[in-house]
Design a binder for this molecule. Structure first.
Ligand SMILES: [Zn+2]
Length: 339
């Protein structure tokens, strides 16, 4: 819980220097190296997000070849993740021409500001759900985060994550859409027509995903994640509807918000596990049973992670309790699934 909502990136101030020097993210010895981009197919690359130890996660970044430059979907949380995006653009001698955010969670958007500083012409295409967070939620959540930090009980790694997430929420201008996605449709972005879909009241108040017809790849943000679904801001019913809409496209591969690329059979198996898990959360079954079933049904998808990974099980149990405390949806869901 709070994995995404309350928290994190680090060394934002120092990061601008690292970028302008184009040095590969080694300003702090303890920081991980930037992740390595993977070629998915002609004109599409994946920069994998990580979720290691006590650190908050980074979402996956998908890079599409545009006409004049690159279209970057999601920018991660940590400085080393955004460094990988900038390094990719610089080494390919292609500017970042536009940004897409699948949703406002800080593990997908915290790199926006630094990237827009380097590429001021890059317009952001995303939904408008972030406005409610900026207006109604973040003022209080910032106070809570600062109090947590001031209490001084966090490890250096956790404290750095909290500081980074404070920085992102304090300067939310870079998370606001320049080009609001208010409906599904064909959006010309950097000279390419993207099939952009808006899923209302799903993983967040409004999730944006992209279907790319030539490659038959669907980049779906946090509508699909491993090791667990991140339900912090979820409306379960809308989320299920979004999964049905993904299924209805003729995609052959899905790029999730977290975790590796799935083929169609793997996605369908993930969707069945999600539906069973959220059904279980609504039932009187013990949360440990819901979590065990989730782990069993996603074991192959999560490999090489251990089939009964302790962290994944703990999160899966926590999210069941979280949904139950809130009538089957996240507290922030404004379109209740089970009235
Ligand atoms: Zn995420």
């Amino acid at each position: 819980m709070q994995r995404l909502l309350a928290l994190a990136s680090t060394h934002v101030g120092a990061f601008a220097c690292a970028l302008s020097l184009a040095s590969p993210g080694a300003a702090f010895a303890a920081d991980p190296l930037p992740p390595t981009p993977l070629r998915v197919t002609e004109g599409i690359w994946l920069i994998p997000g990580s979720f290691e130890g006590e650190r908050q996660p980074d979402g996956n970044t998908i890079i599409f070849e545009g006409t004049s430059g690159l279209v970057v979907m999601d920018t991660g949380r940590h400085t080393w993740h955004r460094q990988a995006i900038v390094d990719f653009a610089q080494s390919n001698k292609r500017p970042i021409a536009a940004l897409i955010n699948s949703h406002w969670h800080l593990d997908h958007t915290s790199g926006n500001a630094d990237i827009k500083r380097l590429y001021p012409n890059a317009l952001l295409y995303t939904g408008t759900a972030v406005e409610k967070m900026i207006r109604d939620v973040w003022p209080q959540s910032l106070v809570r985060s600062q109090a947590t930090l001031d209490a001084g009980n966090l490890s250096p790694v956790a404290a750095a994550d909290v500081r980074g997430d404070i920085e992102t929420r304090k300067n939310p201008q870079a998370l606001r859409p320049d080009m609001p996605v208010i409906a599904s449709g064909a959006y010309p972005i950097d000279g390419v027509i993207f099939d952009v879909r808006l899923a209302g009241n799903a993983a967040t108040g409004g999730d944006v995903w992209v279907y790319e017809p030539r490659s038959r790849i669907a980049a779906v943000g946090d509508l699909v994640t491993l090791p667990v679904p991140f339900l912090d801001t979820a409306c379960v019913k809308g989320w299920r509807t979004a999964l049905d809409e993904i299924t209805a496209t003729p995609f052959t591969r899905v790029i999730p918000g977290h975790g590796g690329i799935m083929d169609r059979a793997q996605f369908l198996s993930w969707r069945a596990a999600f539906n069973a898990y959220t059904d279980c959360a609504r039932s009187p079954a013990d949360k440990s049973l819901c979590a065990a079933n989730w782990l069993a049904s996603t074991a192959t998808l999560r490999a090489p992670e251990a089939a009964d990974d302790a962290n994944a099980r703990e999160m899966a149990e926590e999210y069941v309790a979280f949904l139950r405390e809130n009538g089957g949806d996240a507290r922030l869901c404004t379109a209740r699934s089970f009235p």
